[in-house]
Design a protein around this ligand. Sequence first.
Ligand code: PLP
Length: 439
Amino acid sequence: MSSIFSRDYAAELPVLAHGSGVYIHDADGKAYLDGMGSAGVVGIGHGRTEIYRALAEAGNTVTFAYTATFSHPWQEKLASSILSVAPEEMKAVYFVSGGSEANETALKLARQYHLDRGEPQRHKIISRWQSYHGVTIATLSLSGRTSWRTPYTPYLLPVIHIAPPYEYRCAYCRDNGGCTLDCADELERAINLEGPETVAAFFAETIVGTTASGLVPHKDYYKRVREICDRYGVLFVADEVLAGYGRTGKPFAISDWGVAPDMITCGKAIGSGYAPLGAVLVNDRITEFFREGRRRFVHGFTFSGHPASCFIGQQVFDIMSREGLFTRPAEIGQYLATRLRQLQQRHACIGDVRGKGLYAGVEFVANRATREPFPTEKAFTSRLVTMMRERGVIVGGGVPGANFGMGGDHIQITPPYIVTEEEIDIIVDTLDEVITALT
Ligand SMILES: Cc1ncc(COP(=O)(O)O)c(C=O)c1O
């Protein structure tokens, strides 16, 4: 019997033996094509043992530093590397161990920024429904993922949620021939209803992840968001824990909208699964305020800026730079999108294919004309994911409830950035077979 307190005692999980490229091999010798990049984490591919060899060679220069007492070269180096590919407004990096910690940190930094600037009344946070920002109480409060919030409702903070940019099901535009940006304008209405002088920040996943798989907002959406935030002195935090670091074919996804947020949070691909690592990129305005005022940010985890994680993050950065992986997903992602659109023509149950780069979402419906979802009891997504896994392909099952809490089936396909056309064919052909069996 396992000594691990299971994440899910209903699930029988295979035991991983080793990884190689886009494949994971279990202890029984079965190979799985990792079409979800292990939750959108693995960019450079599995089994890159050169990373750990480099760590061993660095010897005791990678010594644990408690970063309230010592800085160390590995975090300095990695911060410079990340900033070299980030929007130019980003001026400093605060390292943490994952995405939830990154968003928790950004939330607290936004609060302290306003407080220290003499606006103590600014404490409210606005985010969106059908979103995910983490599992800690504060980041779950930010998250608009109903099924994960429900058990913890009594503990959640009163974060205000507005409509997501979900064109396929949007109450404003689904019958209007395309996005009208009303969903962005809802931010302005929410700020005014709450009292603009009380609002601290707006948090948004640049592209929505597993809560609604691959929602890409209109090309002017973030420009409108930026204008609204600026008008009312509200900070804009782009959560790129999943969308960032090459996933869409840009180092940071927000670049495609031509605006700079006040903070960008990241995780997942920056360590590519080789170490737990997350980061908050902070813009010039906030950084200079703290730097010039010689202010102390009242925050910090024991493992903030962990030397081994930062060292490994630098190896990941070097591999990504050397192999062109910050941009490769743009090109290979076109092939994935084309193949998924072809599949949509073959299966009436595929209502929507969306995403950017190697960040694809597929939404399934019972009726394509009315967009009516499958009944929840059909458990379409979980059956599909299980059948895919039986056939040796892993895709990410979208969290139920994308249809405004009333069902909604979708999957996320986020393979490592090194995936080839042949491997994409395997993913899509297996999906074809499974959908045929299910419908
Ligand atoms: C967009 C987004 N933000 C935050 C998180 C939380 O990151 P972590 O699980 O590393 O705490 C996730 C994880 O899936 C995510 O997708």
